[in-house]
Design a protein around this ligand. Structure first.
Ligand code: AMP
Ligand code: ZN
Length: 464
């Protein structure tokens, strides 16, 4: 079976065919950096990481762009509340976002464009819309005219009959009931403080939706393969992206739209505004490894809602342990006399893993196959029926899967070993042997240890 995705645009599963053979161009809406992302946000980012890694597993070369929304209604509001510059404010949360990504083992996208660095591209796109009569100005604000884009509503399946032409909405986020002409550019007003750009459109700032249209076009072209986000992004954000991009560029914008479902808490969407959220840091502080959260978030199908509970997190942690123990025990196993069964198990799991993930990323099916494999190989090992070659093949197989799953927790260096290296480095520095001291620093870094020079001497910490 070929790789298939359920495409929100068509509403059905479709075989995935990239525009350019062997290459995938993909855009995923990134965080709005005005707070510490909660694990609900990360459910979407973990799903996108699974998608990205699986496409690589299938041999595709991928260009993945994830934007950083560092100017919008909320970032401006909250930086002003704190009395610091927008940049200082958003830099703080961007840094935290990347740290949390590492804790969850999320791979880096190829490009992370920040909205504030692409104002020219946004202005150019708005001008193209104006030239085509699909946008208009009112007192320095610019709006997208949905009546001039008859296909509006095709993603979120909105019936436009009975729409009141010319109704406008200025805020970035709104519900389907208020579908209206939406803001592309907002003229400066007092509540924006010192956040504005002097452009051909006047003094102001972009609306949220135009950011993604302009940045995706810049880095991926007018027409690309995949666009993702959480279900809440579907309307109005993605609907508006399609309208802007197809309106300005002509032709189709994106071939496959994939939306992940919500993480819930007690049946309700986890959301900052509801106050019912956990950050990754909250959970790590309770002693859970980041990978347990990754396991939990990845392990149910992305199009199904997932209710977060600590019982579920405990179960995820147990599975993660079982997976890691499997690897450790195999590594320590000296090998025995083959019963000839391992080859069949390996073949079965390789097939099962791929068949399931090919089917719109059926992760539960794929994990089921892997845990059957773990059980079968564990039995052979316990009965001493696994040759060294079979052991190595089994390890190679699970590590191949791990390029997609990212569950393996690499052994951490022992504290004593680290202390000894730091001592050696201090001595090297005393002897002015900077080449050696730098070499040791790099060695430590490769072990995941970061050194910090403090007034009390050299301190170290682990990169999680
Ligand atoms: P934001 O930073 O608000 O733009 O959100 C970042 C991403 O998190 C978006 O793709 C949202 O769709 C997604 N998101 C927000 N809340 C949840 C949730 N409870 N479950 C899953 N994804 C979510
Ligand atoms: Zn977006």
């Amino acid at each position: 079976m070929a790789l298939q995705f359920k495409n929100t645009l068509s509403g059905v599963k479709e075989e995935f065919k990239p525009l350019e053979p062997g290459k995938v161009r993909m855009y995923t809406c990134g965080p709005t950096v005005y707070y510490i992302a909660h694990i609900g946000n990360f459910r979407t980012f973990v799903f996108e990481d699974l998608l990205r890694r699986y496409l690589k597993y299938k041999g595709y070369e991928i260009t993945h762009v994830m934007n950083i929304t560092d100017v919008d209604d909320k970032t401006i509001r909250d930086s002003r509340k704190e009395g610091i510059s927008l940049k200082e404010f958003t830099d703080r949360y961007t840094k935290i976002f990347f740290e949390d990504m590492d804790t969850l083992g999320l791979e880096r996208a190829e490009v992370y464009p920040a909205a504030t660095e692409h104002i020219d591209e946004m202005v150019a796109m708005i001008k193209a819309l104006l030239d085509k009569g699909i946008a208009y100005e009112v007192d320095g604000d610019y709006y997208f005219k949905i009546a001039a884009f008859p296909e509006y509503g095709k993603l979120a399946k909105i019936d436009m009959a009975g729409m009141k032409a010319g109704a406008r909405v200025a805020v970035d986020e709104y519900e389907k009931e208020s579908v209206s002409d939406f803001a592309l550019w907002k003229a400066w007003d007092e509540k924006d403080g010192d956040v504005y750009w002097e452009t051909e459109l006047g003094k102001g700032r972009p609306g949220w939706h135009i950011e993604c249209s302009a940045m995706s076009t810049k880095y991926l072209g007018k027409h690309f393969d995949i666009h993702c986000g959480g279900v809440d992004n579907m309307f109005p954000h993605h609907e508006n992206e399609i309208a802007q991009s197809e309106g300005a560029n002509g032709g189709k914008f994106v071939n496959y739209w994939l939306h992940s479902e919500y993480l819930l808490v007690e049946g309700r969407r986890m959301a900052k505004s509801f106050g019912n959220y956990y950050t990754l840091r909250d959970i790590v502080a309770k002693g859970y490894p980041g990978r347990a959260v990754r396991y939990l978030l990845i392990s149910s199908h992305y199009r199904q809602q997932l209710n977060f509970t600590f019982e579920r997190l405990d179960a995820a942690r147990s599975s993660l342990e079982r997976y890691n123990d499997f690897i450790k025990n195999l590594e320590a196993y000296p090998g025995g006399k083959s019963s000839g069964e391992a080859e069949g198990f390996i073949k079965k799991v390789l097939e099962g893993f791929e068949t399931n993930l090919d089917d719109d990323l059926n992760i539960s099916g794929a994990l089921g196959e892997i845990f059957d494999f773990i059980r079968d190989i564990n039995r052979l090992r316990a009965e001493d029926k696994l040759s060294t070659t079979e052991r190595d093949k089994a390890l190679e197989t699970i590590r191949k899967f791990d390029t997609v799953l990212g569950f393996e927790i690499k052994e951490k260096a022992l504290d004593a070993e680290i202390e000894a290296l730091i001592k050696k480095r201090n001595e090297a520095r005393k002897n002015k042997d900077y080449a050696l001291s730098d070499k040791i620093r790099d060695e430590l870094l490769a072990m995941g240890i970061v050194l910090e020079d403090t007034p009390q001497g050299v301190k170290w910490k682990r990169k999680i």
